[in-house]
Design a protein around this ligand. Structure first.
Ligand SMILES: Cc1ncc(COP(=O)(O)O)c(C=O)c1O
Length: 473
């Protein structure tokens, strides 16, 4: 009898475990499918989906119930990928008019950031009535805007900053452009601007870059800067969602950020200045976040600092530096080697360089890698105890930017980043430059770090490992 009881109990336990496992799998799957679905429709709220799209969603849910786990947006029924009118513009509709007056190319050895632009502009209009129009590439020109346009009054604007590089094989590649498209769509949602299919914009940008390919510098350290932008154009002074918008992309060559080697910077850390706050818009890339930082930058300059270290809260959390994310490499209180950066808690921009550094560092496994809050108090104590080794910013413009001093509470803190040549920051810098200039290096590196097949680690495979290897011509 005891034996039968034991078997029944055992069987019940196994059934319970299996059911928990199944429900965990199902919730993982649901999360995955929902993410895939949202990416495919770029967060268009259900209420705004067309009936065809709603059928698409139902198809997704059914696939989930039938246990189809690896559904990607490529499996969406074709009609469901976009509404027939306007959920996104399409690259196949792109119309190109090339200039017959090409400007003379600049001296690539003497470029100032953001002052030189190529011969063409990519534009797409959107309106609430017609949705997205057809994209066009035309000769570079000024925009014509009604003086009541929303962008001019309420800063209804967003932008992205990304780069394309000429590799050692002479081909041009953009660095992780899909990441920028995901961030751009998330900013669009927060800005009440229209979302779109990021892959379609990448296709249009590829055409723009191939038309202006002579503007891509042929060097390991220089690159082509790409500036996708969106503005609210509706000529109406009410503080309300714009009913029309313009998305445009301009490109231009940018020179080596460090023509004479990595140059460390001095930061101003003054808790009276705040860049972002919980519930605010700090995690989005909108112009309205940047204008108000200019006078703080001027104050920093007056005090002999090149950048502002943005702090937050009573405990003075370290969040970002200038327009970069910030990393500290130190020996933590537990005596462990640790690379630490602020978490994605809404106060910082989710940088694509930040993400890449974290992925690389986790792959290398040489030290602990943490995304968590840390404070000026931690830096000051760590410095006193000789535990702080390196502090550096990370962003598209410079890749990494070493910090050598912080002006804090009228005291100049000396950071030993360069004392041993910043080995951690330099390894990131050299690796990212290799990834950007050496074809196939990212795959090589990834496999070295991680023996699992790519698809097992990146099931959706929408955002490939490090370089979205988009070859232009
Ligand atoms: C506020 C802010 N933080 C961080 C970054 C770094 O982001 P990314 O690495 O995507 O260039 C930027 C640059 O765009 C920025 O403006």
């Amino acid at each position: 009898m005891a034996c039968v009881q034991q078997s029944v109990l055992c069987w019940l336990k196994r059934a319970q475990d299996q059911s928990h496992e199944k429900s965990d799998q199902l919730s993982d799957m649901t999360e995955h499918q929902d993410q895939v679905f949202n990416e495919a429709y770029h967060g268009v709220p259900s209420s705004r989906l067309t009936s065809v799209q709603r059928w698409g969603k139902l198809w997704y849910k059914t696939s989930l119930l039938c246990g189809i786990t690896r559904v990607t947006r490529r499996h969406l029924p074709p009609l469901c990928r976009h509404s027939s009118t306007a959920a996104s513009f399409k690259a196949q509709d792109l119309h190109v008019t090339q200039t017959d007056q090409k400007t003379q190319l600049p001296d690539f050895n003497n470029l100032k950031f953001g002052q030189t632009f190529s011969d063409h502009i990519l534009e797409v209009e959107w309106s609430i009535k017609r949705g997205w129009g057809k994209p066009s590439i035309t000769p570079m020109h000024n925009l014509s805007l009604h003086p009541a346009s929303k962008v001019l009054h309420y800063a209804v604007e967003l932008f992205e900053g990304m780069k394309a590089y000429k590799g050692e094989d002479g081909k041009i590649r953009m660095f992780r452009p899909l990441e920028n498209m995901i961030r751009m769509n998330s900013t669009a949602q927060r800005s009440c601007l229209p979302t779109f299919d990021g892959e379609e914009l990448i296709e249009c940008m590829k055409t723009l870059i191939s038309i202006d390919k002579d503007w891509v510098p042929d060097s390991r350290t220089s690159s082509l800067y790409i500036r996708p932008t969106m503005i609210g154009t509706e000529p109406q002074l009410g503080v309300s969602r714009p009913e029309s918008a313009l998305l445009f992309v301009i490109i231009g060559p940018v020179g080596a950020y460090y023509p004479t080697g990595l140059k460390p910077v001095t930061l101003l850390a003054d808790p009276k200045y705040v860049r972002a706050w919980p519930g605010g818009s700090g995690q989005y890339k909108m112009g309205a976040n940047y204008g108000p930082t200019l006078s703080v930058g001027q104050d920093a300059e007056k005090q002999g600092c090149q950048q502002v270290l943005w702090l937050y809260g009573e405990d003075q959390q370290v969040t970002e530096v200038g327009a970069m994310n910030i990393f500290m490499y130190w020996i933590n209180e537990q005596g462990e080697k640790e690379l630490i950066t602020a978490p994605l808690n809404g106060l910082i921009l989710p940088g694509i360089t930040r993400k890449s550094l974290l992925e690389l560092a986790r792959g290398w496994g040489e030290y602990k890698v943490s995304e968590r809050e840390y404070t000026m108090g931690d830096i000051v104590k760590g410095l006193k105890e000789n535990r702080v080794k390196e502090l550096f910013g990370a962003g598209t413009a410079c890749v990494v930017c070493p910090v050598e001093k912080i002006l804090y509470n009228n005291e100049m803190l000396q950071i030993p980043t360069m004392s041993e040549g910043a080995p951690v920051a330099m390894k990131f810098y050299n690796t990212l430059l290799d990834i950007q200039s050496r074809p196939g290096y990212d795959e090589e590196l990834f496999h070295k770090n991680n023996p699992k097949p790519l698809k097992a680690v990146w099931p959706d495979c929408n955002a490939p490992v490090l370089v979205n290897d988009i070859t232009v011509l």
